[in-house]
Design a protein around this ligand. Structure first.
Ligand code: AMP
Ligand code: MG
Length: 412
């Protein structure tokens, strides 16, 4: 019996592929307690709630004198200094018609309602002080709880910790944080042409050999996203070896990430190997560079196959793998924000796929294009400081406003 001919499937758009991919990324089970000092870049598994207010009490934001404003009617009057309060100590109630020497961060004594900075005070020969600028009540006082109130959620579950958020957690006394565990990722490179730098000197490279560059940036990108990386090296372009490598990797990892060998050539063994061990849910995306992207499952592990071309591999990592790994860690907002920027270049051949062009900001605030946008030219990525997200078929003229995604957004 003849099977009906199937019309060729249109390639998935990036947005559809990403939505599907994120649907597969369920937050990893397992909470890990980690020292706040070691938690940069990790993701909170629980809200962080403050058990105290910050600052804990009203305190001075200047070196100077704590005063009672009502006492200061006469600008010529000198006031005795009844106490000295440094940061880390606490004074006593301020006696009427006296002032207190006070330093930044020291608690305001009861009864005082303003601080006069020392530059506005004249110390008299007998040690008393004349106030030369009349303060408003509340002047130079940092109020208790003005930063954080007791019971406030200062950091939320699903938030990715930054240096500032580590400081904030510490400011409410948190020395340990409850985090989503790190994703365990197996990294594999495919390709018989690949040679690891350090194993063969440049002058001894055999014809056809190239150094394995993808492994280096992929490992670094994974680590920046908080992953525990098992670098499983280079898999030969053979079906059985590919199956063995994938099977072995699946046992211990949340994600198997490969580069190369995922197209349709006779030397591309990834796709059939994944299909023989599990299934492929996504293959080929309408983006340039990066069409031969694949997602599937191998036993209990997620599988993502990146293209071999270095720029394709880099761009698909940023646009697809990064959001996937953030979502695995429970981050709510995973897609990068683009910003409007002015093209200081022309692009006269809009592609039928959505393109990601390597560009760099110039001193005039515009974007310049790397002259060679080939998927194999890794220099474009190292030179650039971001990507222009260019819709299918779109040409770009000098001065056009385009969507720019800075690497600073994607590499953090
Ligand atoms: P493939 O996807 O395996 O057909 O590879 C596409 C292109 O990328 C070929 O020119 C490969 O030599 C190159 N390539 C594949 N893997 C790597 C890698 N790890 N580092 C550098 N280039 C690679
Ligand atoms: Mg290959």
């Amino acid at each position: 019996m003849n099977t009906p001919r199937q019309a060729p499937q249109p390639m998935k758009s990036l947005d559809d592929a990403l939505a599907q991919l994120l649907g597969f990324a369920q937050t990893l089970a397992g909470i890990e307690q980690v020292a706040t000092l070691e938690a940069d870049g990790r993701v909170l598994a629980q809200d962080v709630v403050s058990a105290l207010q910050v600052p804990p009490q009203d305190n001075s934001s200047m070196d100077g004198y704590a005063v009672r404003c009502a006492d200061l009617a006469d600008p010529l009057q000198a006031f005795p200094v009844s106490q000295r309060i440094a940061a880390g100590s606490s004074g006593t109630a301020l006696a009427p018609m006296t002032v207190a020497r006070i330093f930044t961060g020291a608690p305001i004594p009861a009864g005082a309602d303003a601080v006069v900075m020392q530059e506005d005070c004249a110390v008299q020969p007998d040690g008393s002080v004349r106030i030369q600028a009349m303060p408003q009540p509340g002047q130079w006082i940092r109020r208790a709880g003005e930063d954080i109130t007791r019971g406030a959620v200062v950091l939320s579950k699903g938030e990715r910790l930054t240096p500032a958020s580590l400081g904030l957690a510490a400011s409410i006394g948190m020395s340990q944080l409850q985090l989503v565990r790190r994703p365990r990722v197996a990294l594999l490179s495919t390709g018989d042409e690949l040679v690891m730098p350090g194993t063969v000197a440049p002058q001894d490279m055999p014809p056809g050999a190239i150094y394995n560059s993808n492994r280096f940036f992929l490992k670094a990108l994974l680590q920046r996203l908080g992953c525990e990386v098992s670098d499983l090296g280079i898999v030969p372009d053979q079906r059985d070896a590919t199956i063995e490598a994938l099977r072995g990797a699946a046992a211990q990892h949340d994600l198997i990430l490969t580069s190369g060998g995922v197209s349709v050539g006779e030397e591309d063994h990834i796709k059939p190997a994944v299909q023989s061990l599990g299934h492929l849910d996504l293959w080929q995306i309408a983006i340039k560079p990066g069409k031969p992207f694949a997602y599937g499952r191998v036993a209990d592990a997620h599988f993502i196959g990146l293209p071999g071309n270095p720029v394709s591999s880099f761009v698909t990592f940023l646009m697809l793998v990064r959001p996937f790994l953030l979502k695995l860690q429970g981050v709510a907002l995973v897609t990068p924000e683009s910003i409007a920027a002015c093209a200081h270049f022309t692009w006269s051949r809009g592609d039928k796929r959505r393109e990601f062009l390597r560009v760099k900001r110039n001193s005039a605030g515009g974007l310049e294009l790397f002259p060679n946008q080939s998927a194999g030219v890794l220099t474009s990525v190292a030179w650039g400081d971001g990507l222009v997200d260019n819709p299918p078929g779109q040409t770009i003229a000098q001065g056009d406003v385009v969507c720019f995604i800075p690497f600073s957004e994607l590499l953090a």
